[in-house]
Design a protein around this ligand. Structure first.
Ligand code: TA6
Length: 279
């Protein structure tokens, strides 16, 4: 494993964790799923990401929280419903293939044990490049290794930590969304954007930047390479019904996901990058 001043290794439950710590902040990344679990900027010492108190941390199930990598499909597989939701890389072991540090911060690159799997015929090389500097940048690179183009969907399924969902507003989202809870019917984005019930929406616009604002704090999120934004909160009943969430877990989280949900074409030998930058 590469050795850097800003990179160390630890465990959380039964998971191997990469810990990045530099002048700008700290980040924890589980090698299981290649999943960022924590991001704390040094500027204010405030955790930006939410991790369920009941998250399963033994590699038997996707981790509930942080930034799950949904690839090469989002949600249920379009035709093979027996396949796992959100693709197959968030439950794989990833490996660290590159690490570097300089005055601008620390950069690491991870790749899954395999980017091939049932339900996806593309020949792709997948890598996740994470940079901890003034902001946290998470970039998912999908390279087409074949001579035929393919299409895929994906999401950086980020769980953000809020003080109280009942006093939280999402700013910067406009246009229409499809509501997964109402047969994907189209609705206009509400202003102000506050949540009062289970929410599962695919916003069809592609804002470059949105803000989560709660009573005292805000989280700034930039999006690149997306065709949509997904907003999700399970609310109380579903939160209580999920084995890896507590009944009150929904009150302190909000998913704002940088996503491709309408199919992204990647031509032969080309690369598509989906990126989220958190401050
Ligand atoms: O991103 C929203 C969503 O697709 C919801 O429908 C809900 O299923 C959520 O993802 C969590 O999915 P998971 O498979 O991690 O339980």
């Amino acid at each position: 494993m590469p050795t850097l001043h800003s990179l160390s290794y630890k465990t959380k439950g039964k998971l191997d964790i990469l810990h990045l710590e530099n002048a700008f902040g700290s980040v924890d990344i589980a090698l299981f799923g290649g999943q960022v679990l924590s991001y704390i900027p040094k500027s204010d010492g405030r955790e930006r990401l939410w991790l369920s108190e009941s998250a399963i941390l033994d590699g038997s199930k996707a981790i509930r929280g942080g930034v799950p990598i949904c690839w090469p499909w989002f949600g249920a597989h379009p035709s093979q419903t027996e396949l796992p939701a959100h693709g197959y890389v968030r439950t794989q072991n990833w490996e660290l293939i590159h690490a570097s540090e300089n005055q601008q911060g620390t950069t690491i690159e991870l790749k899954p044990s395999s980017s091939q799997g049932a339900g996806f015929a593309g020949k792709a090389e997948l890598s996740l490049i994470i940079h901890l500097g003034q902001e946290l940048s998470i970039a998912l690179h999908t390279r087409n290794l074949s001579e035929q183009s393919f299409r895929y969907n994906c999401a950086l399924h980020s769980y953000f930590k809020v003080q109280d969902i009942n006093h939280t507003e999402l700013l910067g989202v406009t246009g229409q969304y499809t509501d997964k809870l109402q047969n994907n019917a189209l609705f206009d984005t509400p202003v102000p954007y506050r949540l009062t019930q289970e929410t599962d929406r695919v916003h069809l616009t592609t804002p470059a930047r949105v803000e989560i604002r709660d009573k005292h704090n805000s989280i700034d999120i930039q999006h690149f390479g997306h065709d949509s934004l997904v907003v999700w909160n399970p609310w109380q009943a579903k939160s209580a019904s999920m084995a890896d969430m507590t009944a009150q877990g929904y009150e302190s989280m909000l998913c704002v996901e940088t996503a491709i949900t309408a199919g992204q074409e990647v031509k032969a030998q080309e690369t598509h990058v989906l990126k989220q930058v958190i401050r």
